[in-house]
Each structure stands twice: as structure tokens, then as C-alpha cells.
Design a protein around this ligand. Structure first.
Ligand code: GUN
Length: 283
């Protein structure tokens, strides 16, 4: 059986190191803060946001919660962001996505001050990630890199295959692996002979959002399999993109769902918020 990569444990370790630093800052009168905004009542978003607030507590980060109704206008949200952009208690601003359809996500992302953009979604921060000159880490992909590092997996010279090309995960994941000198292939819904390509992966990262999509015939024996998916199976049970029962016996390393990548995303957000506070308050 493979080595199970325990995101919960690695996340706790990262959060502990953030806590040590926020405590040190607090002794010097510096409090780290984040504003978390949710619009509407998407149940998955509500869970994510609740977990973010909990993580802040465990890291000594003050979190300011804004729960806005579904019918909030774009203008109202822009006004709130503008206020938070100039609020010195707030080092990071996070607007939970997706947003209701009357609100243009791109406009909202552009309105967040780039030195408070702890999701690293603003085009300036995305550009910095492309060039390798970044302050804020893309949360989920960086969480994946942390977990690989923790288990002694060095991407250098390896063939890494990423399934999915979203702006939040697939694209930045490919870049971070490339920065670590992996040879990277990005696959997506239009890729021909997908299994033929994924079978050549030393490191396989799946971020497609389809329950149990990755089957045993798509995985090379001994491969490192990282599952970014967060789906429901036919019985409504939480599951990843990877058919764990099928794939685990042939993988070398594998992340479970839940308890794999999910907790790492939040741990990275905590790291980014600390980075933002240092930018603002430790000159
Ligand atoms: N929705 C799904 N993932 C994310 C994320 O990482 N950040 C935000 N803001 N919204 C999300």
C-alpha cells in the first residue's frame, strides 16, 4: 500500500509555525488581521469560510467576517472592498468565490489592493507567480507543494502531469511545479488519450472536479498521486477526483479526501496573511 500523505497533520504544522510568528508580532504590538467576505448562501462556500475563520483562530490571526445577502449589488461589494483596502486592521482581503451572477468576479478581484490579495488572484500577483517573483502563494497549488516537500518528494527532473487548467488550481500548479524543475504536462477536457499521458506521470495532480475520475489504468505504479478534487459521489459522500480504492494499491504516495489537500489550502492562506501583515507592519 502507498504512503498516505496527511494534509491535516502537515497543515497543523504550518499553522503552528504561523502562530509562533503572530505571537512574536503581538508582543511587539502588531496584530495580524484578515477580512473574509461571503455573498449569498452557497453551502460549500459557507463551510470553506467557517473553516477559514477557525484556522485564523488557531493561528492568532484576527478575522473580520462579512456575510452579505445573495442580492448584494456589485457596487455595494466594491464599496466594502474599498473601505477594507484602507482599514489598517485588515492585512488580507478574501472574497469567497463563486459570487452571485449579478457581480462580475473580475471587477471584484481587480478592486482588491494587490498587497492585501491573499488569494493571489489579482492579475499583478498572477503575473508575479508566472515570473517566479511572488509574495503571495496561490493557496491550493502551494499547499500541494508543501505537502510534497514534507514527504521528501522533489519534483526536479520528474514528469508532473496536472489534470485541469483552472486559474485557481491547474495553471498555477503547473507553474509551481515548473519552478521546481519538473517537466510539466497540463491535461484538460479536450486532451486526447488522457490515460496514455497520465500513465507517464511520476507526479499526478488531479484538479478536474469529477468524482472518482482518475482510475487505476491512468496511474503509473509507484506514482505520487495528489487529489485536489472535492466532490460528492452517487451516495452524496465527499470524495475526490481519484478513485481512491482503485488507485491506492498501485500508487507510491497518495492524498486522501478529505484530509489531504483541503487543509493545506487554508494553511497557505494563513501564511499569506502573515506575509501581508509583515509587508504592512514590519517596515
Ligand atoms: N472558492 C473556491 N476556492 C477558493 C479559494 O481558494 N479562494 C476563494 N476566495 N474562493 C474560492
Amino acid at each position: 500500500m502507498p504512503t498516505l500523505m496527511d494534509g491535516k497533520a502537515v497543515s497543523a504544522k504550518v499553522r503552528q509555525s504561523v502562530l509562533l510568528e503572530t505571537e512574536r508580532l503581538r508582543e511587539n504590538g502588531i496584530v495580524v488581521g484578515i477580512a473574509v467576505i461571503i455573498v449569498g448562501e452557497n453551502p460549500a462556500s459557507q463551510i470553506y469560510v467557517r473553516n477559514k475563520h477557525r484556522a485564523c483562530e488557531s493561528c492568532g490571526i484576527e478575522s473580520f467576517s462579512y456575510e452579505l445577502p445573495e442580492e448584494t449589488t456589485e457596487q455595494e461589494l466594491l464599496e466594502l472592498i474599498e473601505k477594507l483596502n484602507y482599514d489598517d486592521r485588515v492585512d488580507g482581503i478574501l472574497v469567497q468565490l463563486p459570487l452571485p451572477k449579478q457581480i462580475d468576479e473580475k471587477k471584484i478581484i481587480l478592486a482588491i489592493r494587490t498587497d492585501k490579495d491573499v488569494d493571489a488572484f489579482h492579475p499583478e500577483n498572477v503575473g508575479r507567480i508566472v515570473s517566479g517573483d511572488y509574495r503571495f502563494l496561490p493557496c491550493t497549488p502551494a499547499g500541494v507543494m508543501t505537502i510534497l516537500d514534507e514527504y521528501g518528494i522533489d519534483p526536479e527532473g520528474k514528469h508532473a502531469v496536472v489534470i485541469g487548467r483552472s486559474n485557481i488550481v491547474g495553471k498555477p500548479q503547473a507553474l509551481l511545479l515548473l519552478h521546481k524543475n519538473a517537466t510539466v504536462t497540463v491535461c484538460h477536457s479536450k486532451t486526447a488519450d488522457l490515460a496514455e499521458i497520465t500513465r507517464r506521470a511520476d507526479i499526478l495532480v488531479s484538479a478536474v472536479g469529477k468524482a472518482k475520475f482518475v482510475k487505476a489504468n491512468m496511474v503509473k505504479p509507484g506514482a505520487v498521486v495528489v487529489d485536489v478534487g472535492m466532490n460528492r459521489d452517487e451516495k452524496g459522500k465527499l470524495c475526490g477526483d481519484v478513485d481512491f480504492d482503485e488507485v491506492a494499491p498501485i500508487a507510491g504516495f497518495i492524498t486522501p479526501v478529505p484530509g489531504g489537500v483541503g487543509p493545506m489550502t487554508i494553511a497557505t492562506l494563513m501564511q499569506n496573511t502573515l506575509t501581508a501583515a509583515k509587508l504592512h507592519k514590519c517596515k
